[in-house]
Design a protein around this ligand. Structure first.
Ligand SMILES: [Zn+2]
Length: 99
């Protein structure tokens, strides 16, 4: 992950260990993926054994980890920093107050 935004220069690491909270977001996403894989296998499959479910869920979580890692961080930072499309027209001191 980059240190700051290449467009507006927003520093991503707002405070030390800021992204620890992103782990909880990531946890929620991975639980959703695990439930989705389980339900899909249960509905579509015939007679899966428990080991098949476990292998499929762990495999899908490992494959989706690069995406869920970044998605969790993006969701987490967007809880604290809003998107401002007109940030260039706002003066610097007003911009820091408007966050
Ligand atoms: Zn930016």
């Amino acid at each position: 992950m980059h240190d700051s935004c290449s467009n507006c220069g927003q520093h991503y690491q707002i405070e030390p260990s800021f992204f620890y909270g992103a782990m909880y977001v990531n946890y929620g996403i991975t639980v959703g993926i695990a439930i989705t894989v389980f339900v899909a296998m249960y509905v579509l499959g015939s007679d899966w054994e428990m080991l098949h479910y476990i292998i499929a869920i762990i495999g899908s979580l490992i494959l989706s980890a690069p995406i869920t890692f970044r998605l969790g961080r993006m969701i987490w930072i967007n809880l604290f920093i809003g998107y401002k499309p007109d940030w260039k027209s706002i003066k610097k001191d007003e911009y820091s107050k408007s966050r």
